[in-house]
Design a protein around this ligand. Structure first.
Ligand SMILES: Nc1ncnc2c1ncn2[C@@H]1O[C@H](COP(=O)(O)OP(=O)(O)O)[C@@H](O)[C@H]1O
Ligand SMILES: [Mg+2]
Length: 427
């Protein structure tokens, strides 16, 4: 279970994400906010040789045509799942510190109730959007009652029939959280389709397929969908592992690149403890420890950091506290100093021992690009040379493949502006 922290442009994607994907023996999930010349283009051809490639690109950052759909409501058929799904939309929009204020909490509850109402009757997510637009609509309350979710129905009824300003405030907040789904082109990726294959997390767990989850960052982006899909895949993988003797073989690799930007799974720290020893390998890649704290809160980030059995810290750590903490963790060593003094009786040499940090904080903050510290359970802290894919022998193949895939993205973007939807596609 891996957490990696390195500054932007320091080799997270080229030195960690891409090499691990290329070496993965089983299914692979990747989240990313970049398409051209990044992990998607560098690995898509190689992965297409071992299994099906699924691309969830709701915001068209790779201009990838919609060739799949994923049922975002599949896990929302019970209350816990519906709440978790609502949580993804809240977390994608607000920082951890604001997610428990009245409006966020109420909007989250309402979203959860609407997801549950739709999911328990196999209604599509577009129904939820219609209900969000008309708070007075009684349909979701009736559906919840029908499905036996009386407490949730009563709660939703309470919100709907409460003071108008409060109700409208809650609904407006909920609409903001779910705003990415208002775009029909985005919603289509997570709505059942007759003509396209369905991505199924359970089948994925035992496949050698690859799921690319692509999204822009920031509020209003489709990152909630990305987080929900990654969460669903990892949870399904754990369930499959438990059913099949404890662990997935070959293991599933889940690379959450730019996790704090496009894959804010709020209970990721908890999830880490479930994934351990199940053959589901999460690799959460962050730009700084602080970025993690903004996303999961101080306690959450500490929990994630402790749950990681492999911690990788690379160059560009511009955080004095974090550098000092690491330096203390790396520990001290004794340094022998010899001093020579001259007096009337001649020269005398004295040897003394001094305790020094093995790696002082300023040395950690000055780690050059390409170096990283490895803190792994059970071994001493090590200094690594990263091996970015472009310096490996396989770059002869991967480089041109990535260039081709990048060119195809550009071609699709150009074709789109000229109205030919399917131009420039390889396979
Ligand atoms: N194909 C390549 N050839 C040479 N250098 C590259 C190549 N791809 C990336 N780099 C170098 O690696 C650095 C890190 O890139 P990247 O792994 O994308 O950073 P991060 O993911 O940490 O933001 C870039 O600044 C660039 O100089
Ligand atoms: Mg990157």
């Amino acid at each position: 279970m891996i957490v990696a922290i390195m500054a932007p442009r320091s080799g997270k994607t080229s030195g960690l994400a891409i090499p691990s994907i290329l070496a993965a023996p089983g299914p692979v999930l990747l989240t990313s906010n970049k398409a051209a010349n990044d992990a998607f283009t560098a690995t898509v051809d190689a992965r297409a040789e071992v299994g099906t490639v699924w691309v969830l690109d709701p915001q068209q950052i790779a201009h990838h045509p919609r060739r799949m759909w994923w049922d975002i409501l599949a896990d929302a058929r019970d209350l816990a799942g519906a709440k978790r799904l609502a949580g993804h939309f809240v977390t994608a929009s607000v920082d951890e510190s604001n997610s428990s204020d009245f409006w966020s909490a109420a909007a989250s509850n309402t979203l959860g109730a609407l997801f549950l109402a739709a999911a328990s009757h196999r209604r599509p997510i577009t129904d939820v959007l219609a209900w969000l637009a008309t708070p007075a609509d009684r349909t979701p309350v009736d559906l919840l009652t029908d499905a036996g979710h009386h407490a949730v129905a009563a709660q939703l009824q309470g919100t709907v029939s409460g003071a108008t300003e409060t109700r409208d405030g809650i609904y407006e907040t909920a609409r903001q959280y779910a705003s990415c789904l208002l775009d029909p082109d985005v919603a289509a990726w997570v709505t059942p389709s007759q003509d396209l294959p369905e991505f199924k997390p359970f089948a994925f767990a035992t496949s050698r397929d690859t799921l690319y989850l692509l999204s822009k960052d920031g509020g209003g982006s489709a990152s909630a969908i990305i987080a929900a899909a990654a969460d669903a895949v990892m949870r399904a993988a754990v369930v499959v592992a438990e059913r099949s003797g404890g662990r997935l073989d070959p293991p599933a690799l889940c690379v959450l690149d730019e996790a704090a930007n496009v894959c804010k799974i709020s209970d990721l720290p908890d999830l880490y403890s479930h994934l351990g020893s199940r053959g589901v390998i999460p690799m959460t890649i962050l730009q700084s420890y602080r970025q993690g704290q903004r996303c999961w809160g101080e306690t959450g980030m500490d929990a994630l950091w402790s749950a990681a059995t492999i911690k990788i810290v690379g160059s560009g750590i511009d955080d004095a506290d974090f550098a000092d903490r690491l330096s203390r963790q790396i520990g001290d060593h004794d340094v022998q100093t010899t001093s020579v003094s001259t007096s009337e009786s001649g020269k005398s040499t004295s040897v003394s021992m001094r305790t020094e940090r093995i790696l002082p904080p300023d040395a950690i903050r000055a780690l050059p690009k390409g170096k990283a510290l490895l803190l792994a359970t059970g071994i001493r802290i090590a200094m690594l040379n990263l091996r970015p894919w472009y310096e490996e022998p396989s770059a002869k193949v991967i480089g041109p493949a990535s260039a081709r895939a990048t060119k195809a993205i550009t071609a699709r973007a150009i074709a789109k502006t000229h109205g030919h939807d399917d131009f420039g596609l390889s396979a």
